[in-house]
Design a protein around this ligand. Structure first.
Ligand code: 5GP
Ligand code: ZN
Length: 118
């Protein structure tokens, strides 16, 4: 069982901020911003690449509610999902990083010359 499935099952403690039948949101253990929440489906899905549009619809509303509840909806925020090796995904259970609470820098790109990319 993956680490986020264990968090869903409460086998591993986490700082939960929102939960419903289908989704869970908890504070990232290593925050990169004043607000850094992870939003996940309770059902294991490997990554964004495998998620159904129906599940995404639910996750969309869930994340909008998280932004409202944490007050970052007024000041702006960022949602990131890392996918696979090049995307930098470390936990292979779909999760969205919801980041805010400060002006965020934009620095998620590789050092490779963009001209050499497709
Ligand atoms: P990824 O790199 O896969 O997009 O992000 C995984 C995130 O999960 C990282 O930001 C990391 O800090 C967080 N994380 C990993 N293990 C745990 C854990 O046991 N508890 C919590 N709350 N966050 C975790
Ligand atoms: Zn899982």
């Amino acid at each position: 069982m993956c680490i986020f499935c264990k968090i869903v099952n409460k086998e591993i403690p986490s700082n939960i901020i929102a939960e419903n039948d289908d989704f869970l949101a908890f504070h990232d253990i290593n925050p990169k911003a004043p607000v850094h929440i992870l939003a996940i489906p309770k059902l294991h899905v490997d990554s964004f690449h495998e998620v159904s549009p129906e599940m995404m619809a639910g996750l969309t509303s869930f994340m909008q509610d998280i932004a409202k509840e944490t007050g970052i909806d007024h000041t702006g925020y960022r949602i990131i999902s890392n996918i696979g090796e090049n995307g930098g995904q470390e936990v292979k259970h779909l999760h969205f990083h919801v980041l805010g609470g400060a002006k965020l820098k934009w620095g998620h790109f590789s050092d490779s010359d963009p001209k050499n990319m497709i």
